[in-house]
Design a protein around this ligand. Sequence first.
Ligand SMILES: C[S@@+](CC[C@H](N)C(=O)[O-])C[C@H]1O[C@@H](n2cnc3c(N)ncnc32)[C@H](O)[C@@H]1O
Length: 210
Amino acid sequence: MHGAQLFEHLAAYPADARLFEGAMAAGTSFLGLVPGLPDLPATGTVVDVGGSDGRLLDLVLTAAPGLRGVLFDRPHVTAAAAEVPAAHGERAEVVAGDFFHDPVPAGGDLYLLSRIMHDWDDERCSAILRNVRAAMAEGATPAVVERPIRDDPGTLLPLAFDVHMMVNTVQGGERTTDEHRRLPAADGFALEDVRELPLDVAVLIARAVV
Ligand SMILES: C[S@@+](CC[C@H](N)C(=O)[O-])C[C@H]1O[C@@H](n2cnc3c(N)ncnc32)[C@H](O)[C@@H]1O
């Protein structure tokens, strides 16, 4: 209807982009629990890949005062994301880039990908994951926040979001836990643990394999 894919449309229409970022931030009550889930390192760097306005990074940096944080997102988003660096001073850095064309910030100890995978098909997810794999410090942890489709047919929210993503993205969608397990396997990661959050969200913790 708008003649462009979602993120291209948002790049061209700042008011819509701010509306989208606000909607993302408004739907993040569960993210308050994320910092407790990937066993945050006491020191080091967390990189929030596609971190939008920095709401999740803010929660992580507040929960772990020894960590530095890097917010990575497209330039039209980072240009408007002033609150996180302001709140955390030198501990927070903002890097503008495109995870399909630019290297993800290197040397992080924890890479967060919150609600990123569901925007893309497997091929594009692999490109993002390979980019993260190339950037990671040895022993770093990737943590994916998504709403996996469960075997339990009573768990309806992931299915509703699957349709939502189908309508709003190009070949995006929610994945089953097994699909999440298979996805990074080809890109140098193994899924290690699935930690549940409210509203059927989960943090999928992976580790790099050779
Ligand atoms: C669904 S939002 C999730 C935002 C945030 N991580 C959260 O959970 O609230 C997807 C994010 O990916 C970012 N994004 C989309 N395409 C990107 C690209 N090519 N490179 C970097 N970031 C991108 C968008 O700007 C947006 O902030």
